[in-house]
Ligand binder design. Structure first.
Ligand code: ADP
Length: 353
């Protein structure tokens, strides 16, 4: 099934009703770990749908990944993994723009301009920062223990990414809703002070996809080592799926499918009629978690085996992947030319004058 056939955001297919024809769609993914099915269903799949018929600019957010990745070799490898993932899953880099964030370092300058009008309190409330602080408090450590300034400023850099390209619409997973709201706030503050320089983007979260849970029940995230990868081998995916933590119900017990992480993954991976059939078996009892996990592993294989072959071929040719990113950056630079100059001029910065 093509991804765009499944596209329904905000409960409705995105059509002319949304007046989005040729709107600019911008989103990114950070290469801080192997891309996972949470990234896929939360953002990649809807973003691929939107790339059909719209002006899509998607980036690999390597500056953002620096907040957690300390090994340069690893960062380079993960950057190529995320690039190959986009293409293997269906993004056409000739039609859409796919670029590497650090190929457009202009974004860091825009982040500074934005940071000077941004209320610091917005960053205090950033969910990643807050959760690090909460962890520290719980463990009796100093509030900012182990928190780097990059993590704190993460939403600021993300706002600059989106505003640099005059994004009209930003598809993200539910967990990233707050970051786009922060971007809207800072763009409004900038425009309030300097005039209508920045476009304030709309946010879209895929309907029916909440935050996908990882194998340990927390949000599936590259930062938590709890991911079901998109492109691991059949055996590795099976092993990972079999390790999903479940409760102690027995196979014969009726179970609530909506409260089960295994079922939630199946619901996303399998055809709707298969998911409905499994939900009935959950409710009546007679299926154990082991069998349900086997079904998840099979559905994963069916869903991603074809694109995994493409992914492996792409990863065999890192030079071409790098060239693709270079080409994307050239096009992205052309498309956003003028925005930074306008922002500088509005603030009174004389560079470029
Ligand atoms: P991660 O949290 O794994 O590091 P990123 O921050 O790179 O992922 O997020 C890339 C995109 O994937 C974002 O739009 C984010 O909202 C989405 N996303 C990440 N994890 C999940 C999840 N568990 N469920 C749904 N969407 C997710």
């Amino acid at each position: 099934m093509f991804v765009h056939e499944r596209l329904a955001i905000g409960g409705e297919a995105l059509t002319d009703k949304d007046n989005l024809t040729m709107s600019r769609i911008v989103t990114g993914i950070k290469p801080s770990g192997t891309p996972h099915v949470g990234n896929y269903f939360g953002m990649i799949e809807p973003a691929l749908g939107l790339a059909q018929g719209h002006d899509a600019t998607y980036f690999v957010a390597d500056y953002h990944a620096l907040t957690t990745v300390r090994d340069p070799e690893e960062l380079r490898d993960l950057t190529l993994q995320v690039t190959a993932t986009w293409i293997a899953l269906g993004l056409d880099p000739n039609r859409s723009v796919l670029y590497l964030q650090s190929d457009l370092p202009e974004v860091c300058e825009l982040a500074w301009l934005l940071g000077c009008v941004m209320a610091k309190g917005l960053l205090n409330r950033g969910h990643a920062y807050k959760s690090a602080v909460d962890d520290n408090l719980e463990q009796g450590r100093p509030v900012d223990d182990g928190v780097n300034a990059g993590l704190y400023n993460y939403p600021l850099l993300m706002a600059a990414d989106l505003l640099l390209h005059r994004a009209d619409l930003v598809p993200v997973g539910e967990d990233n809703r707050q970051h786009v709201e922060i971007c809207r706030d800072v763009a409004t503050a900038f425009n309030h002070n300097y005039g209508a320089v920045l476009a304030v983007p709309e946010l879209r979260v895929q309907d029916g996809v909440a935050v996908i849970a990882g194998t340990d029940g927390r949000k599936m995230s590259k930062s938590y080592s709890n991911v079901v990868p998109i492109f691991a081998s059949t055996d590795e995916v099976r092993r990972t799926v079999m390790s999903i933590v479940t409760d102690s119900s027995r196979p014969e017990d009726p179970k609530d499918p909506d409260a089960c992480n295994v079922f939630n993954l199946y619901r996303h991976l399998a055809a709707p009629e298969d998911a409905r059939a499994l939900a009935v078996r959950y409710r009546t009892g007679g299926i154990g978690y082991r069998e349900a996990k086997e079904l998840v592993a099979e559905a994963h294989e069916q869903r991603f085996a074809g694109s995994r072959d493409r992914y492996l071929t792409l990863m065999d040719d890192p030079g071409t992947l790098r060239q693709t990113l270079h080409n994307g950056a050239e096009r992205a630079r052309d498309a956003c030319a003028g925005l930074l100059a306008a922002a500088r001029a509005a603030t009174g910065i004389l560079a470029g004058v």
